[in-house]
Design a protein around this ligand. Structure first.
Ligand SMILES: N[C@@H](CCC(=O)N[C@@H](CS)C(=O)NCC(=O)O)C(=O)O
Length: 208
C-alpha cells in the first residue's frame, strides 16, 4: 500500500496532479504549500522539487524505495504507467494520446502561462507579448477544437491522461471567456463533459 503526499497550492499545474489522483481513486495526503507572490516559501521544499515548483508527489511504497516525482508531466505519466489506466497499451492508440498530451504540455501550457504573466503579473504593459500569447492560446485551443470535432476525447475514443492534463488549462482560458463566442463548439462540448466528471470536480478543489 503506497502512502502518497501531494505538495500543491492549487493552480492549473497542481490541479493536473490532484485530478489524476482522483480519477485513479488513489488515496493521498495534501500538503498545502505556502505560495505567495508566485514563490513557494516553505523552507526545505527545494529538497522535494529542484526548482521549488509544485506539484510534487512523494511516494512511500512497500514495493520500492520512497521516491518523489516533481512536475505535473512526470506525475501524470508515472501514475498512468504504474496503474495501467488512462493510457492505452496498444501502440497506435497510445501514440495518439501522447501526441495530444505533448501538445498540451509543451504548447498550450506555456501559452496560457505566458498570457497570465503578461496580462496579470507584469508590472508594465508589453503589447508584443500580450498579442503573441493571446494568438498562441487561440491557436492551441483551435487545434483542440479541431481534434474534438472528430473524436470525443483528445486521445481518441477514450478519456485519457491527455484530457486530464488539458482540462485545468482550458478551464483557466474558459474563465477568461475563451469559449464564449461559440467559435469552438467541440472544445466547449468537451469542456462541459469533462468538467462534469466527479473526479475532476473533486481534483479542481485541491487544496481545500
Ligand atoms: N514544469 C512544472 C511547472 C510547474 C509550475 O510552474 N508551478 C508553479 C505554480 S503554477 C510554481 O510552482 N511556481 C513557483 C515558482 O516559480 O517559484 C509542471 O509541469 O508541473
Amino acid at each position: 500500500m503506497s502512502r502518497l503526499t501531494l505538495h500543491t497550492a492549487g493552480s492549473p499545474h497542481g490541479h493536473r496532479a490532484s485530478v489524476m489522483l482522483e480519477e485513479l481513486g488513489l488515496e493521498y495526503v495534501v500538503h498545502k504549500l505556502d505560495y505567495v507572490g508566485g514563490v513557494v516559501r516553505d523552507p526545505g521544499y527545494a529538497k522535494v522539487s529542484p526548482l521549488g515548483k509544485f506539484p510534487a508527489l512523494e511516494i512511500d511504497d512497500a514495493d520500492s524505495l520512497p521516491h518523489t516525482l516533481f512536475g505535473s508531466g512526470a506525475i501524470l505519466l508515472h501514475l498512468a504507467l504504474t496503474t495501467g489506466k488512462l493510457l492505452p497499451g496498444e501502440p497506435a492508440a497510445r501514440g495518439e494520446v501522447l501526441n495530444w498530451l505533448n501538445l498540451v504540455m509543451t504548447d498550450l501550457t506555456p501559452a496560457v502561462s505566458g498570457q497570465f504573466r503578461f496580462n496579470v503579473l507584469a508590472p508594465d504593459r508589453f503589447d508584443y507579448a500580450i498579442d503573441f500569447f493571446a494568438a498562441e492560446v487561440r491557436r492551441c485551443l483551435a487545434a483542440l477544437d479541431g481534434r474534438l470535432a472528430s473524436c470525443p476525447y483528445l486521445g481518441g475514443a477514450e478519456y485519457s491522461v491527455a484530457d486530464v492534463a488539458a482540462f485545468p488549462f482550458v478551464d483557466a482560458t474558459a474563465k477568461g471567456g475563451s469559449l464564449k463566442d461559440g467559435s469552438m463548439p467541440h472544445l466547449a462540448r468537451w469542456y462541459a463533459e469533462v468538467g462534469a466528471r466527479e473526479a475532476v470536480q473533486r481534483g479542481m478543489k485541491v487544496p481545500a
